[in-house]
Ligand binder design. Structure first.
Ligand SMILES: [Fe+2]
Length: 194
């Protein structure tokens, strides 16, 4: 299950900087939102240390559970994973800034509780290689809580008191949560069928 999770979570991690860059290049995203997105991107890329880029930490986690990069790259993408990747790409470069910020805010909100649970799986299966996989999770738990708070602040600024925009924000967050549920449902089905 842990290996199957890494195979599906990796492509999202690998592409996350691209989503943030797409938002920065999207003329529909107001300038006022840029500092928060830029800070998030800076953290993703390792905060000035390329070895600490999140995808590098991810590769460390792969290595710690005995999955080669080749094996990871050849893994089949689940349909629900592909749906997430396609949806985030579309939303971040799309016409609706509320959609983009709502979606990303939801992602940041859910990472800490999700990763806390996933750490428990890793702990039970790979306690001896903890040093190799731990940083990937603790870095996310440590920074996504404040990313969420900052991104939510940018989103609230964008939505203001407009009830239509508020409803749209909740709607897009629901879409994100639904995609996440399907990701875990399919992951479980694929693992059970194997
Ligand atoms: Fe990340």
């Amino acid at each position: 299950m842990v290996k199957a999770w890494l195979m599906q979570a990796g492509p999202f991690e690998a592409q996350y900087p691209k989503y943030l860059k797409a938002m920065l290049q999207n003329p529909r995203i107001p300038r006022a939102c840029h500092p928060v997105i830029q800070e998030n991107l800076h953290d993703e890329l390792g905060g000035g240390n390329a070895n600490a880029a999140h995808f590098e930490l991810f590769k460390g986690a792969l290595n710690a559970v005995g999955v080669s990069i080749k094996e990871y790259e050849q893994a089949r993408l689940n349909t629900s994973t592909a749906n997430i990747l396609d949806s985030v790409t579309a939303v971040c470069s799309g016409e609706d800034p509320v959609a983009a910020l709502s979606f990303i805010t939801q992602v940041e909100l859910f990472t800490p509780p999700e990763y806390s649970r996933i750490i428990a799986w890793f702990e039970s299966l790979f306690p001896q290689t903890r040093a190799g996989w731990e940083a990937y999770f603790t870095v996310h738990i440590g920074c996504d809580e404040h990313h969420f708070a900052e991104m939510a602040g940018a989103l609230f600024g964008l939505v203001g008191e407009d009830p239509v925009r508020q409803a749209s924000a909740f709607n897009w967050q629901n879409i994100g949560i639904n995609l996440d549920h399907r990701f875990y449902d399919e992951l479980q089905q694929v693992v059970q069928a194997a």
